[in-house]
Structure formats: structure tokens, C-alpha cells
Design a protein around this ligand. Structure first.
Ligand code: FAD
Length: 395
């Protein structure tokens, strides 16, 4: 399907105005103090996730036949962007929005009927994504957590790390090894994807979790599996093909992450401009100084360029056009430029930049995280260097 220039131009500017307005109203009920307190207490944003679920926003990408809104990726991107522009945090929402894509794309009809309608209403939370392991890191193909079939169930043993929101989710999308590394015929085979019932595992002690103390309120954990059971009905797609299923959902994850990060960058720009115009030092607003004004103007223009790339990635994804380069470049530019925006905002605020009551330091911490997760800068650059530019592989 060709993407016409008109289609693309339509998406420039304030697209989905009703969606943006409705989200702004919802976000007004969750002011800065709500997020500041959660950050201090390292608590899950229960009320916010509930409001987003009830508004149907977490089901935007689930087709109508399974109870969702069946909207394009661009609408989901706008949703996450708007939430962050309003100073809220959609960290818990983004996972629910994209992880279900693996079930939708590769699950069978029975799995879609059993899970998607409940995920759409928020009755079931699918917000945990278990891929990263301490020993494998970015080298996903080396992961060791084993799922071994015994009759009509798999038994899982091993460990994951950085599994965010596992304590607040009902289900985990788990990538585990079903064929030992030394028995696989192709390096990309031997891993499988499952839907794992976390609550059951935590209750019967076959799953243990340990929070990781980090600089942001990301609620991320180490997870230990000791004969955790998964019924064979919850294997997604073909055994051994899980890596390609996870890869295929990463375009969605990066496209959505791009929108979310741009939203945070826009929040920082708004704060920087407001503060620079108000704060008077040496008898004039600090914004009059080019040393303050120009870095803000530069960061704004950078974010605007990243926003265009994010829109392009979403438009191509919606049109079904291969867009590996665009989704990677959009997430990369968003993360780099939002990080610059965060630093510029922090500098504009002077000493108040680090005072918790202004929220700048909190968003600064959150934005830094996007250069590492969901994928780190170097791995994206390696993708662009190798797949777009035809340079040699570094790994
Ligand atoms: C707060 C947080 C939440 C997270 N949530 C989740 C989650 O919910 N689920 C999940 O599965 N994972 C999650 N992650 C994991 C995240 O995806 C990884 O941290 C990230 O992909 C980097 O992997 P790593 O930490 O193992 O770094 P490593 O792989 O150890 O790499 C360390 C550094 O070396 C660089 N590097 C490695 N190899 C190369 C190379 N060949 N060329 C150049 N540079 C290289 C990396 O880019 C990185 O900068 C989360 C991480 C964080 C910090």
C-alpha cells in the first residue's frame, strides 16, 4: 500500500485533536504532585492506569472484534505523547499497548479470544515483558531461562532482570529457551514466547521477585523461576520461533516509545520557556540572554525534527511499509534530543532545577533512562550502520 504525500501531510500538526483534548482533561486529574508523591514512594500509578483503561486508551491497538478501539499506531503514539506533554507518565501504559501485539500477530484464535477482550477492558494487565537476563544483556540470543515441556505443560527455570511492573501485572510475555543452545540448527531458533500467569506463580512460590533500587520510579525487578508452570495452550505461535515474534513487535514498541519521549521533551521545553521568561536576574528575564535563549531554541528545533521522524515511522507502520530504519532512527533521535532538552531545562532553572517541587529533576531522570531502555543507543546505531548503511557487523 502506497503512502501518499497527502496522507503524510495530514498527520503534520495537531492531528487527532479530539483525542488530545480528551487526554488533556483526563491528565488534569493527575497533577504534578500525584507523580511526585509516587516517585518518592516508588509506587505504581494505580488510579492513573485505571482511568486510562476505563477511557479505553490502553486498548487503542486491539481490534474492535476483540473489544479494543482498533486505532492506527499514530493514534497510540499521540496518546502517549499527550500524556507526557501534560506531565503524566505512561510507562505502565506503553507496555500494555504493545506487548499484546505479539498475541495479536502470532497467537491462535483461542488465545486471542481468551486474552484480548480482558486486556482491552483492563481486567487483565499484560504489562510485564520478560526478555533481558543478567548473563545475556543485549545479546538476547544467549538467554538461558529454560522452558521444558512435560506433557501438557512447560516448566520454567531461570532468571530475568529488569522486568518492569511484574508485581503489578497479571501476565508476563516471556521469552525462554526451549532448545538448548548447543542443539539449535540456526542461531535465531530455539527460543519461544509464552503468556505466563504471574499471580499464580507468585502465590505458589514458583516465581519470586526482587525489586531493583534505581533512580526512577520504574518498578523494575529481578525475577526467579523455579519450576513455574505454563500450560501448553499458552505457548504463542510455534515452539522455537519466539525470537522472530519478539523482533516483529519491536517496531511497534519503538514507534510508541518515540511518541512518549517527544511528549516528555515538549513538557521540558514548555517549562524551560516559562521559567526563562519569568525569572528576573540582573534586572531582566534570563530569557533575554542568548546563553539561555539559544540552547532552548536549539533543543526545541531538534525535538521538532525528531517528532517528524516519529510521525514518519508511525505512518509507515500504519501503511504496512517496511520501516526498520525509520522506527530505530525515530526512537534514537527522540531519546537524544529529549535528553538535550532535559539538560537545557535543568540549566535554565539554575539551582531550582534540582529542587523536587519543580519536577524538572524527576523528568530529567526519567528522560535519561530512554537512552538505555527499551533499547540502548549503541544497539540502534549498530542497526542503522549495518542494515541501512551496509557496514560490517560488530557482533
Ligand atoms: C529501568 C529499566 C527498565 C527495563 N525494563 C525492561 C523490561 O521490562 N523487560 C526487559 O526485558 N528488559 C528491560 N530492561 C532492560 C533493557 O532493555 C536493557 O537494559 C538494555 O537493552 C541494555 O541491556 P543491558 O543493560 O544488559 O546492557 P549490556 O548489554 O550489558 O550493554 C552495556 C552497554 O554496552 C553497549 N553494547 C553492548 N554490546 C555492544 C556492541 N556490540 N556494540 C556497541 N555497544 C555495545 C550497550 O549498548 C550498553 O550501552 C530495562 C532496563 C532498565 C534500565
Amino acid at each position: 500500500m502506497d503512502l501518499s504525500i497527502d496522507d503524510f501531510q495530514m498527520s503534520i500538526g495537531n492531528d487527532y485533536p479530539e483525542l488530545r483534548d480528551a487526554l488533556r482533561k483526563l491528565c488534569a486529574g493527575f497533577p504534578d504532585k500525584y507523580w511526585r508523591d509516587l516517585d518518592k514512594e516508588e509506587a505504581y500509578p494505580d488510579a492513573f492506569v485505571k482511568a486510562m483503561s476505563e477511557g479505553g486508551y490502553l486498548s487503542s491497538l486491539i481490534p474492535e472484534e476483540y473489544g479494543g478501539l482498533g486505532l492506527p499506531f499514530r493514534a497510540a503514539q499521540v496518546t502517549l505523547q499527550t500524556v507526557h506533554e501534560e506531565g503524566c507518565n505512561a510507562g505502565a501504559c506503553i507496555a500494555q499497548m504493545y506487548t499484546m501485539g505479539t498475541v495479536l500477530k502470532h497467537g491462535n484464535e483461542d488465545q486471542k479470544q481468551r486474552y484480548l477482550p480482558k486486556i482491552a477492558t483492563g481486567e487483565l494487565r499484560l504489562q510485564a515483558f520478560g526478555v533481558t537476563e543478567p548473563g545475556a544483556g543485549s545479546e538476547t540470543l544467549k538467554l538461558k531461562t529454560r522452558a521444558v515441556r512435560h506433557g501438557n505443560k512447560y516448566l520454567v527455570n531461570g532468571q530475568k532482570i529488569w522486568t518492569s511492573r511484574v508485581a503489578h501485572s497479571d501476565l508476563m510475555l516471556l521469552l525462554a529457551r526451549t532448545t538448548p543452545l548447543d542443539e539449535i540448527k540456526h542461531r535465531k531458533h530455539g527460543l519461544s514466547v509464552f503468556l505466563l500467569d504471574i499471580k499464580k506463580g507468585l502465590k505458589n512460590g514458583t516465581i519470586e521477585i526482587k525489586p531493583i533500587d534505581i533512580m526512577t520510579n520504574h518498578l523494575t525487578y529481578e525475577v526467579f523461576f523455579n519450576d513455574a508452570e505454563i500450560p501448553v495452550e499458552d505457548l504463542i505461535g510455534e515452539e522455537g520461533e519466539g525470537f522472530s515474534y519478539i523482533l516483529s513487535s519491536m517496531n511497534a514498541e519503538r514507534t510508541l516509545a518515540g511518541g512518549l519521549i517527544i511528549g516528555a521533551g515538549n513538557w521540558l521545553m514548555k517549562k524551560a520557556v516559562e521559567y526563562a521568561n519569568e525569572r528576573v536576574v540582573f534586572g531582566k528575564p534570563i530569557a533575554k540572554n542568548q546563553g539561555i535563549q539559544f540552547p532552548i531554541a536549539n533543543a526545541y528545533a531538534e525535538l521538532d525534527a525528531a517528532d517528524l521522524m516519529c510521525r514518519r515511522a508511525a505512518a509507515m507502520l500504519d501503511a504496512g511499509i517496511p520501516c526498520g530504519y525509520e522506527v530505530n532512527a525515530s526512537k534514537h533521535l527522540a531519546a537524544e534530543f529529549a535528553w538535550n532538552a532535559a539538560d537545557v531545562c535543568m540549566q535554565t532553572y539554575g539551582g531550582f532545577g534540582v529542587a523536587r517541587e519543580f519536577d524538572v529533576e524527576r523528568i530529567w531522570r526519567e528522560v535519561r533512562h530512554f537512552r538505555t531502555a527499551p533499547i540502548s543507543t549503541n544497539l540502534i546505531l549498530a542497526y542503522i550502520g549495518q542494515h541501512k548503511l551496509g557496514m560490517p557487523k560488530s557482533y
